[in-house]
Design a protein around this ligand. Sequence first.
Ligand SMILES: [Fe+2]
Ligand SMILES: [Fe+2]
Length: 159
Amino acid sequence: MTTTIFERIRKDHDRHRQLLDTIADTSGHSETRQKAWKDFYYDVKSHAAAEEETLYAKLMEKPMGQDDARHSVSEHKEMDDIMEELDGMDMSSSGWLTRFKTLKHDYEHHMDEEEKDIFSKAKEVLTEDKDGKFADKFEQRKAAERKLVDKKAEEALTE
Ligand SMILES: [Fe+2]
Ligand SMILES: [Fe+2]
């Protein structure tokens, strides 16, 4: 059976929900927490970029999808800002946890909204995805974005 872009995105979301829980359930800068944070940070960045270039690019083409697409893309930016802030902070500080809880709350809401509202609208637009074409495109964009994020991280280290 072919995987649709909706199933593909939902699979990522489930992983992101698990990682958020792991980070919330751990403390200080334990190895488990650090690893979960890095996994989350890189995966969410490439996931959001791939969504923008597939799902939201398609929604933007239709007048009925434009408001939703703009809303979600602006939420991606807000969450990216919080992730950058958190990445530069000491994760064992109480300030980090407070900020992380905001990110967790906002991102869980964002994923729920995508699955409940955006998918049903996008299904009308992405009718061509019966053969999984957009799921493949999502996968390719995500891999390409992941490389870019890795490159930026490397450059930051050598600066
Ligand atoms: Fe998203
Ligand atoms: Fe998403």
